[in-house]
Design a protein around this ligand. Sequence first.
Ligand code: NAD
Ligand code: GLY
Length: 372
Amino acid sequence: MPSHETLKVELAERSYDIYVGDGLLAEAGALIKPVIRSQRLIVVTDENVAPLYLAGLENSLEAAGLSSESIILPAGEQTKSIAYFEQLIDQILAKKIDRQCTLVALGGGVIGDLTGYAAASVLRGIDFVQIPTTLLSQVDSSVGGKTGINAAHGKNLIGAFYQPRLVLADIDTLDTLPQREILAGYAEVAKYGLIDDPEFFAWLEQTGIDLCNGNKDHRRQAVLKSCQSKAKIVAEDETEQGRRALLNLGHTFGHTLEAETGFSDKLLHGEAVGLGICLAFDLSAHLGLCTKDDANRTRAHYAAVGLPTSPTEIDGVEWHTDALLNHMQSDKKVENGKVTFILVRAIGEAFVARDINMADARLIVDKAIRQN
Ligand code: NAD
Ligand code: GLY
């Protein structure tokens, strides 16, 4: 098997390649060099990823004749904030960069979103490359150009659509990822099957447990398939005027649960998405849009790999229906005062629903937080 496969995100002059494979960090310099405008790069990473992968990346850049400096930030969602955005921009500008300089995001979705937004903003836009090192960032956040940070008022409320020049998804980096983070990323993998690819979901039902437990072939195939699905949707609808909203399956409920935990480690983003997907299926079944069997099958699969499927499984959080409904109404998925949901007619048949009666959403939330 070749060391990597290549996909393209087709966006006219903003098109770029996604490489998915093994050993890509060692090849990064040679792969990045043809797509950037100068020899100068700044690698942005976090304190967990730096000791594992920064030196390897720097060696590879140097071997390709590229000069790099690095900025290491604290790990975790709190880094995707205005305070760290300011700190990052200051550090970048202190290096006296010009517009030909390239930022490289080496890490998970936090580093990717923050670095991408810094690239979109500094000097009115410089190039950036994504090297995602979590399953979640390899299958979702590094592709498609959504960049940004959280605000006191909510998640991802500040940001820009800004595409990278290249994405390098090195499957080997997943070997060091804690199991809880693998599972969180897996929630987004299964999402692609649930949106519009029932065969992929059926394949995951066969392979998902092995994949989560370390099977590299399955991981590679799943990352490839997920990136293919995402690249196709992004090429059709880069700025989420329509179909791209389907990628938010599980996010209306999920962001609400995350907000209630203060975006803390009590509930990871991917875990929240998995829970949110279960609730979106519950709401769909409650409204008679999909069968209870489809809702049960989805929940059973998430449970089988070891993901939480009910908010009551999350330790140390007291859930309140009113508070959850409040968060839902201040999310950025509210349009003309109406909360947007992604619901399903079946596994693999998601659609955008803008006319949902909030009494029905309340009922689902209320039931979910009381379940034992
Ligand atoms: P993360 O970036 O916080 O990474 C998770 C943890 O794993 C961190 O502690 C990190 O230091 C550590 N880590 C990263 N790679 C590692 C490795 N290879 N080995 C060991 N540890 C490693 O979280 P995430 O789940 O990657 O990303 C979540 C973020 O992504 C959220 O902020 C979410 O909003 C965002 N997101 C963005 C998009 C988008 O389209 N832009 C899509 C989905 C999610
Ligand atoms: N993660 C949702 C999107 O990229 O649109």
